[in-house]
Design a protein around this ligand. Structure first.
Ligand code: FES
Length: 102
């Protein structure tokens, strides 16, 4: 199991997200929900929109293009037109840094 450093916790304020590109992975969206960090793929499963540009509400992110909503914790597609989930990654925080595990 590998562990990749994604960003520092200070870069993602509560209630916001950060788009991060790491070698060998699709663009990632890092979310801070009340101090807990979650990572899912940033590119919407319905099109090419960046979910980091979407609104965050009640643990969900709304795609800025066609308004599909996804669960930030699980990546599950909750509303049309998206039906495929976003890949969700195991996330770990230590020493002020956010890591992707897997
Ligand atoms: S690109 Fe996200 S809902 Fe269409």
């Amino acid at each position: 199991m590998s562990k990749k450093q994604v960003c520092s916790v200070d870069e993602v304020a509560p209630g916001t997200s950060l788009r991060v590109e790491l070698e060998g992975l699709p663009p990632l969206a890092v979310f801070n929900l009340d101090g807990s960090f979650y990572i899912i793929n940033d590119t919407c499963s319905h099109g090419e929109a960046s979910l980091c540009e979407g609104e965050i509400e009640d643990g969900q992110v709304e795609c800025p293009w066609h308004n599909a909503r996804f669960c930030i914790k699980s990546g599950k597609a909750l509303t049309f037109p998206a039906v495929e989930p976003q890949r969700a990654y195991v996330t770990e925080v230590s020493d002020g840094m956010v890591f992707l595990v897997g």
